[in-house]
Design a protein around this ligand. Structure first.
Ligand code: ADP
Ligand code: ASP
Ligand code: MG
Length: 448
């Protein structure tokens, strides 16, 4: 029986008519069952800007942004042979978007729920147009599908949690033909629906995660992530030009890379794939014939250092109090506050009377959270840091590794170090401005 394939195409693969045509041909040649797409390149950023400007700017500053969103889609539509019905649908979406923005502008308020509705237009528009581009390139039965029928989430707007059991049932109900009926479905990444029926999103870059959830939901064999680089490299090629492509990598290594900031994969992409034993391929829609990277359970070699990544916009939050001396339950009290405010911690170190954790920068604007923590001790906050990680194997059992790392970081002040929790990861915190240099030095030492 043919392998069941879910293919995801990111924003750069949806950038214009040519990129969409290239992506459509890949999906057709690969005999994909379901295609999940991101918004047209740059559109989500424009929508984010619209959400901000609508609350604090003049209409004159907002209109050009709306126009830019319209132009990006109309430029693609112009190249599609006469598509009156599609043009009408796209226009209807754009009108609806205008009305929503006008509403935000008048109220000067954009709640988390409204923000998700606003951002959803990116994927809803791109998928609508892309479905037609695919139809133009194949005789095969192709259907546009609204993912909100299956991708049910919590109502934590802006970063909703998928409801796996419901998704699985809904996929059985609605996506049967994609798996068994030889119909190619085109749908949206990034967006979902709360149980109450409100549009949600999975967080920026979340289309990878959507594709993995749908692959799990329909019981796919393969998840393909098509992007603008020919696979996972030893580090972001934008930082180190000579970064090398990796042919195969384990789920654990790839998941560490994603969690610790490698933008190539959304951090939670691999959970559904790993859970459901789905092979993952990462390749370039610009060079579909290139080898790409396979993410698997077992790979042939397990180097000490596979790759490096950075997670930007980190805050180091230190909580100090003498009450910690010889006390028990103190960490419980601290992390209860994090839990109550649904704030996720990336790395932790502790000393006799203090605990230091790294969190995403934006959390520190949450005054109630800081006030609550301050009841337990003195809170100190340092912003604009980056967490640099080295990802590999047996990292916590290899003599000399720390010496090799730090001998390369002579002039870089390291604010915190985390080693020991994972055999796949060694990470440390540096000033954001020095993080690219740190990666370049380490790449030279371990890979180049
Ligand atoms: P898409 O729009 O297809 O989702 P993204 O921009 O989210 O694409 O992710 C692709 C980008 O990820 C690449 O252009 C590259 O700059 C960046 N990247 C970061 N780390 C890596 C890595 N280790 N290997 C390859 N690309 C990486
Ligand atoms: N369009 C969304 C974003 O830019 C989701 C994605 O592309 O994965 O974040
Ligand atoms: Mg992405």
């Amino acid at each position: 029986m043919k392998e069941v394939i879910v293919s995801k195409f990111g924003g750069s693969s949806m950038a214009d008519y040519e990129a969409m045509t290239r992506s459509a041909k890949i999906a057709i040649n690969q005999n994909s069952n379901i295609v999940v797409v991101s918004a047209v390149y740059g559109v989500t950023n424009l929508l984010v800007e619209l959400s901000k400007k609508s609350c604090d700017s003049e209409w004159n500053d907002i209109e050009p942004l709306l126009k830019e969103v319209r132009n990006k889609h109309e430029r693609i539509l112009e190249k599609l042979p006469s598509q009156n019905e599609l043009k009408e649908k796209v226009n209807k979406h754009l009108e609806e978007l205008n009305t929503l923005v006008k509403g935000i502008f008048l109220l000067k308020e954009c709640s988390a729920r409204t923000y998700d509705s606003l951002l959803s237009f990116g994927e809803r528009l791109s998928s609508l147009i892309f479905a037609e581009v695919v139809k133009e390139n194949t005789e095969k039965d192709t259907q546009f599908f609204d993912v909100r029928k299956v991708l049910i989430t919590s109502d934590d707007f802006n970063k909703a949690t998928p409801q796996i059991d419901i998704i699985s049932k809904k996929c059985d109900q609605h996506l049967y033909d994609a798996k068994y009926g030889n119909v190619l479905f085109i749908t949206q990444g990034f967006i979902g629906n709360s149980i109450e029926g409100h549009t949600t999103t999975l967080g920026r870059g979340g289309s990878d995660y959507s594709a993995s959830l749908i692959a799990e939901g329909i019981g796919a064999d393969i998840l393909q992530i098509w992007t603008d680089v020919a696979g996972i490299a030893t580090t972001d090629p934008r930082i180190v030009k000579e970064a090398k492509l990796i042919d195969e990598i384990t789920y654990s290594e790839a998941a560490e890379l994603a969690t610790f900031g490698a933008k190539i994969l959304h951090p939670t992409t691999l959970s559904p794939a790993l859970r459901s034993n789905i092979k993952v391929f990462v390749g370039s829609s610009y060079e579909p014939e290139a080898k790409g990277t396979w993410i698997k359970t077992k790979v042939e070699n397990a180097p000490l250092v596979r790759a490096m990544a950075k997670r930007t916009s980190q805050t180091l939050l230190t909580l100090s109090t003498p009450k910690m001396l010889d006390a028990h339950g103190f960490l419980f009290d601290i992390f209860k506050v994090f839990n109550d405010f649904k704030i996720s911690v990336d790395s932790i170190t502790t000393s006799e009377i203090s605990v230091a954790v790294t969190i995403d920068n934006d959390v520190t604007h949450n005054k109630k959270f800081i006030d609550e923590l301050s009841k337990l001790g003195k809170v100190k906050i340092e912003n604009d840091l980056s967490l640099v990680s080295i990802i590999g194997n047996e990292i916590n059992h290899t003599p000399n590794l720390a010496r090799r790392i730090f001998s390369r970081l002579d002039n870089i002040n390291v604010r915190m170090i985390c080693l020991g929790a994972s055999k796949h990861n060694f990470c440390f915190l540096v000033n954001e401005k020095q993080s690219d240099d740190a990666i370049r030095f380490l790449h030279k030492e371990f890979i180049s």
